[in-house]
Write a new protein. Structure first.
Lengths: 98, 143, 542
C-alpha cells in the first residue's frame, strides 16, 4: 500500500493520512494508491499538513507497517527513549521498528 | 517585465531596456544593463559613467550572488540605480538595501505594509557596507 | 565572558520580532513553506524525523551559569525535559512547536542567547577551544577574536544566501582541541617573528561526503585586517562557490577545484580591494571585547594539594581534569557519556545542576565541547571533591574523557531525517562492552555518524563508524586512523560493513589487534599509524 505522512505546521507532530484527515497514529493510515501527489498538493495548499510524502507500507496483524525502518521510527518515536514514543508502556514496541 | 514597486531615489526612473553584460560593451548608447548571477559585475567597471540603471536578477531567491554584485558596483562608486529584479521577497528587502539596491521590481508584487516593516526593521547594523549606514562598531567608538 | 551592550541586546530582540512576524505570515499562508524554510533555518528551526528541532547557539562554546540554567528551564517549558549538546558546541531540543518558538527565542534573548544562523546557508556558530582562557598552552585567549567574527557574521547582508553552510573555528594553541583544520575557515592565532599576534588562515576543510583538511591560505593576517580578510574569503566563495550541486557546494570543493594557489590569489585580490573600503572595526573594538575575557579573580593562595585517597575520585581526576595555567586550579570535564547512556544528552535537572556548580565553583562559567561534554574551566583544587561528589550523584561523574567510553555520536536515525542508520544504540552497546577495558585501551576517540553528512565527525575518529543503508537495512562501516588534532588525518575504511552486533565485535577485534601489537606508550592511533591497516583487515575479515 501507499500511505502518506507529513507534519502538522504549528506543532511539528508527525501525522498520517487516514482518508479524511490527518492522524497521529500510523495504524490509521489508508492506502492512497496513486492519488498521493494530488492529495498532498490539496492538503498542503489547505495548510492541513506540510512536508508530506508518500511511503510504502503494508497491512499486517498489528495494523499498518511502513516498509522502511526510517518511517517505522518516525511512526513510533526514538528507539532509545521508549518513554518518549507513542507507546511508552509497550516493551515490544521497539521490536516492531526493527 | 515587472514594475518597480519600491524605489529610494529622487531622479527619473530609467525605462530603457536593459541589455546583457555580454552585449553591453558593444552597445555604446545603452544606459541600462542586466546582471545575471553568473555574470561578473566587475566587467562593468570601465563603463559605469555610461550607466544609469543596473538590474540585478535573482532567478531564484536562494541564489545570493546578486548581493555581491550590488556591493561590488557600489564599492566601485556607481551611484546610479541598482534594481533588484526576479524572485524578490519581503524577507530579502533589508539585506538588499544594505548591499546597495535602491529599487525593487519583484516578479510577484509584495504587500506594501510588510515591505515597509521589513525596510524599517533594523535600527542598527553590525557591518559596514556601501549603504553608508554607520555600523555598531563605529557608534561604539566615535572618532 | 562577553556581555551584551544595548546594541547587541537590541539586535537579538529585533531578530525575535522579525521571526515572530515571519511565523505569523507563514501561519496565514502568506509565506509558502519554500519561502519560509530558509528563514526558520536561520533561526535554528529544523524539521526532523519526529518534530521541529531547535538548535540554540552557544557562541564559541562558552556560557554563563544563568544561561545554562535557562537552557534547562527551556527543556522543561518547551520540550520534553532534556537537551542534546552537539559536535559544534551548540544545544538542540527535539520537540519544539513552531507556534511557541518566538516566545522561546524571546526567553533566550533575556539571557543574551539566540538561535541565529545555527542552520541554513550562512555563516554558522563560530567554534573554539573548550579550554580557552584556561589552557596553559594557548598563546592568547582565542575567544575575543571569535566574538568579533560573531558580530561581523551575524545578519551579514551579503552572506545570508551562500551556496551552502559555512563553519568557522578559532584556536590559539599548537594543540588543536577544536578540529580547526576541518572547518570551512580555520583560524589559528599566532605570534610572528616580531612578537605580534595575528591570524593564520586555513580555508577549505570539512567532513561530509568528501572530507578535506584545510590548506593554509595566509600565514599571518594582522589583527587590524581580520574582518577584511574574512570578508574577502567569503565574497570569493559567495561569487564562485558551486550552486549547481548541493553535494559540491561547500568552499572545500571550490578550493580543491581552483587549487589553493588560485583561490588564494582571488582572495588576496578581493582583500586588496576591500582594504580601500573601510570595513574593518577599529582595534579599539577588539580591545573593548577583550576586557570581558580577562582572567577571573583567582584565589592566588589556592592550595595545589589534592587528596586523592578516594579511588573513584582519583580515577575521575586523572581522566577528566587538565592542568590549569593558574596554580591551585584545574580544568574539569563533565562527561555526558554515562555507561550505556545517550552521548551528549542531559536532563533539565542535570543541566541546572551543572549551572549551579559552575556558579559556585567555576566563576560562573561553563563550556560545551565538540566532543559533546561540558567543561568547568576554573575549579579550585580545594573545591574539586565537592564538585565531583555532586556530579557523581547526578550520573555526571563518569571518568571517561578521551577514552573508548567517551563516544561522539550524532543523533542518527532515532532523531534525524537525513540519517541512514541509528547511531545511539551502537554507542550504547560499545560503551557497555568496553566499560571494564577503558583504562587498558587508554586514549581513544571513537566517533559515530549515522550518515555521510558526518555530523558525528567519524572521519576524524581514531576509530570511526559510518552508518549506511544496505538494501533497506542498517549497516555500519568501520574506519581507522582519523585524527582531528594538529596531526589531522582522515580515517580509512577497513572493508565491507557490519550489522549492529557485527560492528561492536569489529571494534573489539580492532582493539585486540592494538593491545596485542602496541609498543611502549603507544595509543591506538600511534599503533595504527605504525603497523598500518593490514593486521586490522586480517583480524576483521580473516
Amino acid at each position: 500500500m501507499k500511505i502518506l505522512t507529513g507534519n502538522d505546521l504549528k506543532s511539528g507532530a508527525v501525522i498520517w493520512w487516514d482518508g479524511q484527515g490527518w492522524s497521529l497514529h500510523v495504524n490509521d493510515a489508508v492506502d492512497v494508491a496513486d492519488a498521493g501527489a494530488t492529495l498532498i498538493a490539496r492538503e498542503e495548499a489547505a495548510q492541513n499538513v506540510f512536508a508530506a510524502y508518500v511511503v510504502d507500507g503494508a497491512k499486517d496483524a498489528d495494523g499498518v507497517r511502513p516498509a522502511h525502518i526510517k518511517e517505522r521510527i518516525r511512526a513510533l518515536g526514538p528507539t532509545v527513549r521508549p518513554d518518549l514514543t507513542l507507546k511508552p508502556a509497550d516493551p515490544a514496541a521497539v521490536n516492531w521498528v526493527i | 517585465m515587472s514594475d518597480v514597486q519600491f524605489r529610494f531615489r529622487d531622479d527619473e526612473p530609467v525605462s530603457d531596456p536593459a541589455v546583457t553584460v555580454d552585449s553591453f560593451a558593444d552597445q555604446t548608447n545603452a544606459t541600462a544593463v542586466r546582471v545575471e548571477p553568473s555574470d561578473d559585475a566587475r566587467e562593468l567597471l570601465p563603463y559605469l559613467d555610461r550607466l544609469r540603471l543596473i538590474e540585478v536578477n535573482f532567478p531564484a531567491f536562494t541564489d545570493g550572488r546578486g548581493y555581491s554584485s550590488a556591493r561590488v558596483l557600489r564599492e566601485a562608486g556607481f551611484d546610479g540605480e541598482i534594481r533588484a529584479v526576479g524572485e524578490v521577497t519581503i524577507d530579502m528587502l533589508s539585506h538588499m538595501r544594505r548591499c546597495g539596491f535602491d529599487a525593487f521590481a519583484p516578479e510577484q508584487s509584495l504587500n506594501p505594509a510588510d515591505a515597509q516593516a521589513a525596510f524599517d526593521r533594523w535600527s542598527d547594523v553590525y557591518q559596514a557596507t556601501a549603504d553608508g549606514r554607520q555600523p555598531i562598531w563605529a557608534k561604539r567608538h566615535p572618532v | 565572558m562577553y556581555k551584551y551592550d544595548n546594541y547587541d541586546q537590541q539586535m537579538v530582540d529585533t531578530r525575535v520580532e522579525e521571526f515572530r512576524d515571519q511565523v505569523r505570515r507563514r501561519l496565514t499562508g502568506e509565506l509558502s513553506e519554500e519561502q519560509f524554510r530558509p528563514l526558520r533555518l536561520q533561526n535554528g528551526l529544523y524539521l526532523q524525523l519526529h518534530a521541529y528541532m531547535l538548535r540554540v547557539a552557544v557562541p564559541y562554546g562558552t556560557l554563563s551559569s544563568a544561561q545554562m540554567r535557562l537552557l534547562g528551564d527551556i527543556a522543561d517549558k518547551y520540550d520534553r525535559g532534556y537537551g542534546h549538546f552537539t559536535t559544534r558546541q551548540n544545544i538542540q531540543y527535539n520537540w519544539i512547536k513552531l507556534e511557541e518558538t518566538p516566545d522561546l527565542l524571546a526567553d533566550l534573548a533575556k539571557v543574551e542567547m539566540h538561535a541565529i544562523q545555527t542552520s541554513g546557508n550562512c555563516i554558522r556558530n563560530i567554534s573554539s577551544d573548550q579550554y580557552a582562557g584556561a589552557a596553559a598552552d594557548e598563546i592568547i585567549d582565542p575567544r575575543p577574536y571569535a566574538e568579533l567574527l560573531r558580530q561581523w557574521s551575524s545578519f551579514h547582508p551579503e552572506f545570508l544566501t551562500l551556496p551552502r553552510k559555512f563553519k568557522i573555528c578559532v584556536i590559539a594553541s599548537e594543540t588543536d582541541r577544536a578540529a580547526m583544520r576541518l572547518h570551512d575557515i580555520g583560524i589559528k592565532m599566532v605570534r610572528n617573528a616580531a612578537g605580534e599576534i595575528g591570524a593564520q588562515f586555513y580555508v577549505g576543510g570539512g567532513m561530509g561526503r568528501t572530507p578535506m583538511i584545510g590548506p593554509m591560505i595566509r600565514e599571518f593576517v594582522p589583527l587590524d585586517q581580520l574582518i577584511t580578510y574574512s570578508e574577502a574569503c567569503l565574497r570569493v566563495y559567495n561569487r564562485y562557490g558551486r550552486r549547481d550541486n548541493k553535494y559540491k557546494a561547500r568552499i572545500k570543493i571550490l578550493v580543491h577545484e581552483l587549487g589553493k594557489e588560485e583561490y588564494t590569489r582571488q582572495v588576496e585580490e578581493e582583500f586588496a580591494h576591500l582594504m580601500t573600503q573601510g570595513i574593518e572595526p577599529p582595534i579599539a573594538e577588539l580591545e573593548r571585547i577583550k576586557i570581558y575575557f580577562v582572567d577571573p579573580a583567582y584565589d592566588t593562595a589556592a592550595s595545589d594539594e589534592l587528596d586523592l585517597s578516594d579511588p573513584d575520585f582519583r580515577l575521575w581526576v586523572e581522566r577528566n581534569t587538565e592542568g590549569h595555567k593558574q596554580a591551585g586550579y584545574v580544568i574539569a570535564t563533565v562527561s555526558l557519556k554515562p555507561v550505556g547512556g545517550i552521548p551528549g544528552d542531559a536532563s533539565a535537572d542535570q543541566i541546572r545542576l551543572m549551572a549551579d556548580l559552575a556558579r559556585d565553583y567555576s566563576f560562573d562559567e561553563l563550556r560545551v565541547t565538540h566532543a559533546q561534554n561540558i567543561v568547568f574551566p576554573h575549579v579550585r583544587k580545594a573545591d574539586l571533591y565537592t564538585v565531583w561528589q555532586a556530579l557523581d550523584a547526578a550520573d555526571l561523574g563518569t571518568p571517561n574523557l578521551d577514552t573508548i567510553g567517551d563516544i561522539i555520536a550524532c543523533p542518527g536515525l532515532d532523531y534525524c531525517s537525513l540519517a541512514n542508520a541509528r547511531s545511539i544504540p551502537v554507542a550504547q552497546k560499545i560503551s557497555e562492552r568496553f566499560a571494564a577495558k577503558q583504562e587498558e585501551i587508554g586514549e581513544m576517540k571513537l566517533k559515530i555518524s549515522g550518515c555521510i553528512n558526518a555530523c558525528g565527525h567519524h572521519h576524524a575518529g581514531h576509530i570511526g563508524i559510518l552508518g549506511v543503508d544496505r538494501k533497506g537495512k542498517e549497516n555500519y562501516q568501520l574506519l581507522l586512523g582519523g585524527s582531528e588534532g594538529a596531526d589531522t588525518s582522515l580515517g580509512q575504511i577497513t572493508g565491507p560493513g557490519f550489522d549492529e552486533d557485527g560492528i561492536v565485535n569489529a571494534v573489539e577485534k580492532a582493539t585486540e589487534v592494538y593491545l596485542d601489537k602496541r609498543e611502549q606508550g603507544e595509543r591506538f592511533l600511534d599503533t595504527y599509524r605504525r603497523i598500518g591497516m593490514a593486521p586490522f583487515k586480517e583480524a576483521l575479515y580473516g
